[in-house]
Design a binder for this molecule. Structure first.
Ligand SMILES: [Cu+2]
Length: 395
């Protein structure tokens, strides 16, 4: 064993000596280069010339990188640190109230229904001190929730405000017909158009503007929901709310004071600055929160008006029933339901315990971009169901 150990020591000493020689050589080379004022790149060229004598190789190695053309509008690519000042808001609030759901349809047969919508371009705060030029249906984001019954004949009129800089239109996913109505409703400012459709399929559908560039019109706020009630109507519940998730793609991050301009490159990259429920930061929290009493059943009509699919989750509750993709199939006992872009879901649940519940997209980074709503439940506690604190964290 002693002989073996000694061989190891000798090997170690030899390796240490090699290492010391290498370090000395490198520091000598560094000192020489430093004294000659040579950069490492130049030294590399010298080394290659020395090794190969090939001037062409040197030319290739030392050639500068190809010049990349400067983008025409750097603001679309690089977020400025400072924005133009916030613009005066033309509306006090842009976000539609979650409670603005039309009443349940009680009639037992189909009817002819007249719906009139007005497209309007406005400036509003997405958050205090942060303004954005929204494009809207009826001056809110999302646009108003519409409610008809299967078999109804719908006469839809679209008026475009005289102050609009752009033409607008409407494509309702509830329509069977070309463009969902968009081919009939390309409407110049100050004009109006109309078309008629029969609501053949029950369910909850997204509607949106379909005037080019369509992604820009949608991103600026032009979407909403239309419910086509089934025969006999949806089951009665105590409360109904509607929530539409969407994004804003601007030229600065959420929280940057000033006027945010539309940022098309961020839309292409699917990298929004804001992810919102009902159009603005905090639209559905605090004074805008949904409310319910212990023991009540709640239905939320949930749509995705923007481009990011959503994993809809109510922290501390379980959806007793989910109308998958807002069609006719019902799943039960669901923790998180998936809503695709341009799609919707209807969720129903009974609230058992008082407290503040957060409705989120479980891609939770989006919470910091604004995607959160509150449901405030009041009433007596029930320690047989839950005996812990009723306020505080979660996730
Ligand atoms: Cu539009």
């Amino acid at each position: 064993m002693a002989g073996y150990t000694e061989r190891i020591r000798q090997t170690d000493r030899a390796a240490a000596a090699d290492l010391q020689r290498e370090v000395r050589a490198n520091s000598t080379m560094g000192a020489v280069l430093g004294a000659l004022g040579m950069s490492l790149a130049v030294a590399l060229v010298v080394a290659i010339v020395g090794a190969t004598g090939n001037i062409r190789a040197v030319t290739n190695v030392s050639a500068p990188a190809p010049t990349v053309a400067t983008p025409a509008d750097p603001a679309l690519v690089t977020a400025p640190t400072k924005l133009q000042p916030a613009k005066p808001a033309t509306l006090s609030a842009i976000g539609a109230s979650a409670a603005a759901v039309p009443a349940r349809i009680e009639r037992t047969g189909p009817a002819t229904v007249d719906i009139r919508l007005e497209t309007k371009e406005v400036v509003a705060e997405v958050s205090p001190g942060e303004t954005y030029a929204y494009w809207t249906f009826n001056g809110t984001v999302p646009g108003p929730m519409l409610r008809v019954r299967v078999g109804d004949t719908v006469n839809l009129t679209l008026a475009n405000d005289a102050g609009s800089a752009w033409p607008h239109s409407i494509d309702l996913h509830a329509v069977n017909g070309p463009g969902g109505g968009a081919t009939s409703t390309q409407t110049a400012s100050g004009k109006e158009t109309s078309f008629t459709f029969k609501a053949l399929n029950p369910g909850l559908y997204v509607y949106h503007c379909a005037t080019g560039p369509i992604p820009q019109h949608i991103a600026n706020g032009m979407y909403g929901l239309i419910l086509v009630e089934p025969e006999g109507g949806l089951p009665a519940v105590d409360r109904e709310y509607f929530v539409v998730q969407s994004e804003l793609y601007t030229n600065a991050a959420k929280g940057t004071a000033g006027h945010h301009e539309f940022g098309y490159q961020k839309l292409l990259d699917e990298n929004p600055d804001y992810v919102l429920m009902n159009g603005s930061v905090g639209a559905l929290t605090g004074k805008g929160a949904m409310t319910a009493e212990v023991g009540e059943t709640v239905r939320i009509f949930y749509g995705v008006g923007g481009f990011l699919p959503s994993s809809v989750h109510l922290i501390g509750e379980i959806f007793d029933r989910v109308y998958l993709e807002a069609g006719s199939a019902v799943n039960t006992n669901v923790q998180t339901t998936f809503v695709p872009a341009g799609g919707a879901a209807m969720v129903e649940f009974k609230v058992d315990v008082p407290g503040t519940y957060l409705l989120v997209d479980h891609s939770l980074g989006r919470l910091d971009k604004g995607a959160v709503a509150q449901l405030v439940v009041t009433g007596p506690e029930d320690p047989t169901i839950y005996s812990g604190a009723t306020q505080g964290g979660g996730h």
